[in-house]
Design a binder for this molecule. Structure first.
Ligand SMILES: Nc1ncnc2c1ncn2[C@@H]1O[C@H](COP(=O)(O)OP(=O)(O)OP(=O)(O)O)[C@@H](O)[C@H]1O
Ligand SMILES: [Mg+2]
Length: 304
């Protein structure tokens, strides 16, 4: 794989919204912690006292049956949903009340379970948009005179987008409209967009869904590169258990809104509680879509 300094900001400038509390994404990546998170929807506890820590440079899997609370935890971590109880910490600083925009500008990125590309933009433009928040430099007047600094910044961003697309095996699609892409390629573009501006922490919600085996290998390589070479902490939700076990050093299992188990891939796979709640046994036939694939048999949705 080509060496790509994914944590070098495209134009070398710090984020406009700098804070003395949390370092910007251009600094060393920070750890992310969910501490005693509870989220209720009416009578349902989607998350019940969940604690989870993601270290810089770690790829951690988050697995569990449908409705276990995985996406709800992502919503809390990324600031879309305020928890009823508990705190979110980035680099040791309490960010529970920070907005999603603030978190993104400080290096937290996520992809969504449902595809969220800008379909009417090209693939390359999807990545350029992700860098736009750093400012255009000079506005309309600079546009008119095409100020050299503006041109240089634009060039750096295009170079960055091209490098990320190459890293993700997408360079041949740069000029294609995102709306027309096969689902596996679209998933990869979502990942590329999430890292177009250098990330500190990456939350991936079912990134491999709809991918071919070849695309999954590519995804594995990109995720491992981000973690191993760039120190990015990656939290990865997936029902493809074989993929999770391959790419993740540590796995956390959620069930009915609680942490059921946590450990290495091998420890989690061998845990009888996990097998009962989620993995089933290899002899079981698939029972529903959205259940785990690649190892064992899926479990039905569990009632609370
Ligand atoms: N906006 C909402 N309003 C009411 N209940 C919700 C809402 N979002 C999630 N839930 C409920 O919270 C629980 C956790 O849902 P969540 O989507 O987090 O699960 P998940 O682990 O991501 O499942 P899946 O594997 O199917 O994506 C489920 O019982 C779900 O029905
Ligand atoms: Mg989900």
């Amino acid at each position: 794989m080509n060496a790509l300094a994914m944590n070098q900001p495209p134009d070398g400038r710090p984020p406009a919204d700098q804070s003395p509390v949390v370092r910007p994404s251009s600094d060393r990546p920070s750890g992310l912690t969910a501490s005693h998170i509870t989220v209720r929807f009416g009578g349902i506890r989607a998350l019940d006292d969940v604690t989870l820590a993601l270290r810089p440079g770690e790829v951690c899997g988050l697995i569990g049956p449908n409705g276990a609370g995985k996406t709800t935890l992502f919503d809390v971590l990324s600031g879309i949903r305020r928890p009823d109880r508990g705190r979110v910490l980035l680099g040791g600083a309490d960010i529970t009340r920070r907005s999603p925009v603030w978190r993104a500008r400080h290096g937290m990125r996520r992809t969504f379970q449902r595809q969220q590309l800008f379909g009417q933009l090209t693939v390359a433009d999807n990545l350029l948009v992700a860098q736009e928040w750093r400012g255009g430099g000079g506005g309309f007047a600079a546009d008119l005179v095409a100020a050299p600094t503006r041109r240089a910044r634009e060039g750096a961003r295009r170079a960055r987008a091209a490098a990320v697309l190459r890293e993700c095996g997408l360079d041949d699609l740069a000029g294609r409209y995102a709306s027309g892409l096969p689902v596996g390629r679209a998933r990869m573009v979502e990942l590329a967009r999430a890292v177009a501006d250098p990330p500190a922490v990456l939350l991936l919600d079912e990134p491999a869904s709809g991918m071919t085996a070849t695309e999954r290998h590519q995804l594995t390589a990109v995720v491992r590169h981000l973690a191993d070479e760039e120190g990015v902490g990656v939290l990865l939700v997936e029902h493809n258990v074989a993929f999770v076990m391959e790419v993740c050093a540590r796995v956390v299992v959620l069930d009915l809104g609680r942490v059921l188990a946590e450990g290495t891939a091998a420890e989690v796979r061998a845990d009888p509680k996990v097998r009962d709640a989620y993995l089933g046994t290899a002899a079981e036939p698939p029972r529903r879509p959205g259940g785990p694939t690649g190892r064992g048999g899926p479990s039905p949705p569990r009632s609370r």
